[in-house]
Design a protein around this ligand. Structure first.
Ligand SMILES: [Zn+2]
Length: 256
């Protein structure tokens, strides 16, 4: 049973606009940079929303938090150019700050109603062992905002909008794989554009890990396509794609 088709969802690779909400300035590229570059190359409008300022994403005490915020903003723009992002929103909540899920949801509703994207993308807040509060809060806030944007709440902030689908990256329960073999170099370059985070001795090891993971996903993609002897010669990214219907009172969504 093709539940995604029954729920009226088109393939993720066919969407013409996507709003990507990331907790920190580098999450979208790490989680979905290849897919986003592929979508943008296909004419899809890629919008970014960056929720926190990433001020604590560094271990070098020589750099002040304020200076790091400015560095990371510049890196965010550079990485976005590589991917093909057409518009950035920065919500500028404090990294690891005391903001609430509800604060983020309220900030996202007018953006959703304005941009009216065919898909929303974010981190999976329900991945087991995901302990970072920004990832937990932002992923949940996005799901809540998708539901709330289609209600009469905040009636002064735009017409209700029903987002057709939500794609969670960094998920432990993928149901969708995207072939990004042709965009692998773009993905790595866009991650490395976040120099303050990745231009260090760990990068070669990290690349090995990213490659291993993307080859695993590529094999899983081929399995899902019914290829008898899956190869791991390409790269893929993995997502949990759900319709808004599956985001409320729908426990079976876990296994779909
Ligand atoms: Zn993050």
């Amino acid at each position: 049973m093709d539940i995604q088709r029954i729920l009226g969802m088109k393939p993720l690779t066919d969407v013409k606009s996507v709003l990507c909400v990331q907790p920190h300035p580098d999450d979208n590229e790490v989680g979905a940079g290849g897919t986003l570059a592929r979508l943008a190359a296909n004419g899809c409008l890629v919008y970014y929303v960056t929720v926190t300022d990433g001020r604590y994403g560094g271990s070098e005490s020589a750099v002040s938090a304020e200076a790091l915020v400015r560095v990371r903003q510049a890196e965010l723009r550079r990485a976005g150019e590589m991917v093909g992002v057409v518009h950035h929103h920065e919500l500028s909540f404090e990294d690891l700050g005391n903001y609430s899920e509800s604060d983020v949801m309220s900030a996202l509703i007018p953006i959703l109603r304005d941009k009216r994207p065919e898909a929303v993308m974010t981190v999976d807040p329900w991945a087991p062992y995901e302990a970072h509060p920004d990832h937990q809060k932002v992923g949940r806030a996005v799901a809540a905002a998708v539901l709330a944007a289609n209600s009469s709440i905040h009636a002064d902030s735009g017409q209700p909008y029903n987002t057709p689908m939500v794609a969670f990256y960094a998920t432990a329960y993928p149901n969708t794989y995207v072939d990004i073999t042709d965009f692998w170099d773009v993905k790595l370059a866009s991650i490395l554009a976040h120099e303050s985070q990745f231009a260090n001795d760990e990068w070669p090891l990290l690349v090995q890990y990213f490659e291993h993971q993307a080859r695993q996903y590529y094999g899983a993609m081929q399995m899902a396509q019914g290829v008898a002897e899956p190869l791991t010669a390409g790269f893929a990214e993995a997502f949990k794609v759900l319709s808004p219907r599956q985001l409320h009172f729908f426990p079976a969504a876990l296994h779909m």
